[in-house]
Design a protein around this ligand. Structure first.
Ligand code: URA
Length: 200
C-alpha cells in the first residue's frame, strides 16, 4: 500500500468513527459535544503508541494525548529525541468513557477493530502499549502469551506478536498518567522509553 492509499484508509476510519451511532459511548459523546479521538500522526510511522481511552481534553478537541498526560508523553518523546510527529498516537477506545472510568470489556471489544485496522494500514515496526488495558488487548490480539503476568513484570521488554501474516513487535510501558503523582514511576517510564530508540 502506498502512502496515499494509507492516508485514505486512515481517513475512512476517522469518518466511520464520527458516524458510529452504534458505538457504546456515542450518546455520551453527543450529550457532551465531544468528538471521537481516532488518533493522529505519521501515516507510515515506525512506532504506534496505543493508550487506553481519551480523556476530557482529548474528547473536546478530537486529538489524542493533548492534556496533562500528553505533556508527559511529549517530555518522554523529547527525552529520546523523538519527534512526536514521526509516530502515530492513538488508543484502544476512541471515545471518552464517563468521568474517565476504566473502559469495559464490551467497549474494548467494540472499538478495538478500528485500532487493528490502523495498525494493519500503518504497518509499524513496533506497537507500544501504554498501560494495562492496551497491553492486555494487544498481547491477546497478537498472540503474545503472558501467562497472567502484569505490567509491572512486563514493562520495557520487546515481545514478538503475530496475527495472520502480520508480524509486529510489542512493547508495554506504564501509562504516562500513572507517573503524574509518582516520580519513581516516572523515572521507570523514562528508562523504558529508551527501548524505543532501536525502532527509530
Ligand atoms: N490517556 C489515553 O489513554 N489516551 C489519551 O488520548 C489521553 C489519555
Amino acid at each position: 500500500m502506498n502512502i496515499q492509499q494509507k492516508k485514505e484508509k486512515l481517513e475512512e476510519i476517522r469518518k466511520e468513527l464520527i458516524k458510529a451511532k452504534k458505538a457504546p459511548l456515542y450518546s455520551y459523546r453527543k450529550e457532551n459535544n465531544y468528538l471521537p479521538v481516532p488518533g493522529e500522526g505519521r501515516t507510515n510511522a515506525k512506532i504506534v503508541m496505543v493508550g487506553e481511552a481519551p480523556g476530557k481534553n482529548e474528547a473536546e478537541t478530537g486529538r489524542p494525548f493533548c492534556g496533562q498526560t500528553g505533556k508527559i508523553l511529549d517530555e518522554l518523546f523529547e527525552s529520546i529525541n523523538l519527534d512526536r510527529e514521526s509516530v502515530f498516537v492513538t488508543s484502544v477506545v476512541k471515545d471518552r468513557p464517563q468521568k474517565n472510568r476504566d473502559p469495559t470489556k464490551e467497549e474494548i471489544a467494540w472499538y478495538a477493530p478500528y485500532l487493528d485496522r490502523q495498525i494493519e494500514i500503518i504497518a509499524p515496526k513496533v506497537v507500544v502499549a501504554l498501560g494495562r488495558f492496551a497491553m492486555e488487548y494487544l498481547f491477546d490480539r497478537y498472540g503474545v502469551d503472558i501467562e497472567k503476568k502484569t505490567i509491572s513484570e512486563l514493562h520495557g521488554s520487546v515481545f514478538e506478536g503475530k496475527v495472520g501474516a502480520q508480524r509486529i513487535k510489542i512493547v508495554a510501558l506504564y501509562h504516562p498518567s500513572a507517573s503524574i503523582y509518582n516520580q519513581k514511576l516516572k523515572s521507570v517510564i523514562k528508562e523504558d522509553f529508551k527501548v524505543l530508540k532501536q525502532f527509530v
